[in-house]
Design a protein around this ligand. Structure first.
Ligand code: FES
Length: 500
């Protein structure tokens, strides 16, 4: 079972792999929502853009979302006011509100058929103890000038103690939208190359050279629109972001369409959003979040929780889809958008969308486009990518640094006292042979696959993920298949393989 968004999209555009050296004004690395929206805006302004992606369009994070287009990013506005002040909180809110309007405008101007619908978004609770938190958030949002409402009734198939409703939000089919953007970019004479892995970007005089396996692109501007920046220095984004994995199931409820989009106020997270697919009312239920690469993650602690919830709410439902995704989480809960580093002029970044990439990607595209066009963007101050403000949630910083440090000290990790014969089919783990750590996976036919379980990003020891049969990095969330092939950034190189 794959993502509903991927399985339900017909791609009517042919994309090719980069096969020659080229020059352009702006080279955009990453064809997710941020990269494509930036390419759309810039190509519309007449700039010559080239977009490169190591996979197919919309097959990574942008194609694995719940696709809620909302400025209600959980309970965040009270926190933003307390941490950054009213001005920044207001900029954050209205940048995201404007992003909703921008997306609607693109869909309407370009006639993109992507199932866009208007609906309200809700953060709800079934716990009376959380009502105060919700009421404070309502006050905070209203103080910023946005008219949200506290409500006690929703369309959810269970009672809530209360909810915050944001009106005039939206949802869409993200992959259909992305294919629509691709068509616009191509019509505006932009170029898009898929299955083209970028290894490096080098600054040479007054231009950048973006290097792929066999070719390079020369450009004045570079936009790093990969999920997680793969360039470590300068920038140091790996010290200020980690990744979180979350799970989504799609069920045919066999009941009426659920009106509105919902998420719980506090953990455990449950997210609901419906999609109309012909006669079927598909409900997407999300949750089961954990830090990517965490130990002891099982089917029971992830998908099974969602399946149980689905059966509780819709006893006759049918499970149609299930998938998981990774999101970059910033330590201060605000995305990094703008200049990549003051040492690399004309290189831009948009990352750390904290699970709210539908609007954040549009905010990022507007800020980066304005920067390239030399226009002052009124929201950019809220998202400054090179910010050095004291980080408020210091607990998370310590957590991440501790995890990074302990993972980097490979020799101190305790090796389980086991051997290859003990492994069941379909299982994997790290063992030690002659002083070398070896990551072993025994497939369903009993064949062994062995890798060096050391992340090719910055050397952390990988964890075995028995749900997806992958090696996951606990430090910044890179992921590799059981044959060592890199699937998710920031790592770009494959793992070393052992022959047994
Ligand atoms: Fe950074 Fe693995 S993702 S060390």
């Amino acid at each position: 079972m794959n993502s509903y968004w991927i399985e339900s999209t017909e791609v009517d555009v042919n994309f090719f792999t980069l096969a020659e050296n080229l020059s352009c004004d702006v080279c955009i690395i990453g064809a997710g929502l941020f990269g494509l929206t930036t390419a759309y805006y810039l190509s519309k302004k007449g700039l010559n853009v080239i977009v490169l992606d190591k996979s197919e369009i919309g097959e990574k994070v942008s194609g694995h979302t719940t696709a809620k287009i909302t400025s209600q990013h959980g309970i965040i506005y009270n926190y933003l006011i307390q941490s950054f002040g009213t001005d920044i909180a207001k900029k954050y809110l209205f940048a995201n509100e404007e992003a909703i309007k921008n997306i609607k405008e693109i869909v309407s101007t370009e006639n993109i058929n992507c199932d866009l619908i208007n609906q309200s978004n809700y953060v709800y609770t079934t716990n009376n103890d959380e009502i105060d938190i919700l009421k404070k958030e309502v006050q905070a949002v209203k103080s910023l000038g946005f008219n949200c409402q506290f409500v006690e009734k929703t369309s959810l198939p269970f009672e809530v103690c209360g909810a915050i409703m944001f009106p005039n939000q939206s949802s869409f089919h993200p992959r259909k939208y992305m294919i629509g953007l691709c068509n616009c970019i191509l019509n505006n004479s932009g170029q898009i190359f898929t299955n083209t892995l970028v290894y490096d970007v080098k600054k040479e005089d007054n231009y950048y050279k973006t290097i792929t396996s066999n070719h390079c692109i020369k450009s004045k501007y570079v936009v790093l629109a990969t999920h997680y920046p793969f360039i470590n220095f300068p920038g140091f984004y790996f010290t200020k972001m980690y990744q979180e994995t979350s799970y989504i199931i799609g069920i045919d409820t066999k009941e009426d369409f659920l009106d509105g989009m919902y998420i719980t106020a506090q953990a455990p997270t449950y997210s609901f959003r419906a999609v109309k697919d012909g006669n079927k009312n598909i409900l997407l239920i999300g949750g089961g979040n954990h830090k990517t690469g965490a130990d002891n993650i099982s089917y029971n602690s992830t998908y099974a929780l969602l399946e149980k919830k689905a059966k509780e709410l819709y006893p006759n439902c049918e499970l149609l889809y299930k998938w998981n995704t990774r999101d970059c989480i910033t330590l201060d809960k605000v995305p990094y958008i703008g200049e990549f580093s003051s040492l690399l002029p004309n290189m831009y970044v948009g990352t750390g969308f904290n699970k709210w990439g539908m609007t954040s990607s549009n905010v990022a595209a507007n800020i980066v486009t304005d920067n390239i066009l030399g226009i002052k963007n009124k929201y950019e101050k809220a998202f400054t990518s090179t910010r050095l403000k004291p980080i408020k949630n210091i607990g998370e910083v310590k957590n991440m640094l501790k995890q990074t440090a302990s993972s980097l000290v490979v020799k101190k990790i305790k090796i389980p006292d086991s051997n290859i014969q003990d492994l069941k089919n379909g299982d994997g783990k790290i063992i030690e042979i002659d002083g070398n750590k070896i990551g072993i996976y025994k497939d369903s036919s009993g064949n062994m696959h062995a890798v060096k379980p050391t992340c090719t990003h910055l050397g952390c020891t990988l964890s075995w993920n028995n749900i997806d049969k992958t090696w996951d990095c606990p430090c910044h969330g890179s992921r590799f298949d059981y044959n060592g092939i890199n699937i998710y950034d920031p790592a770009i190189k494959n793992l070393e393989i052992y022959n047994l």
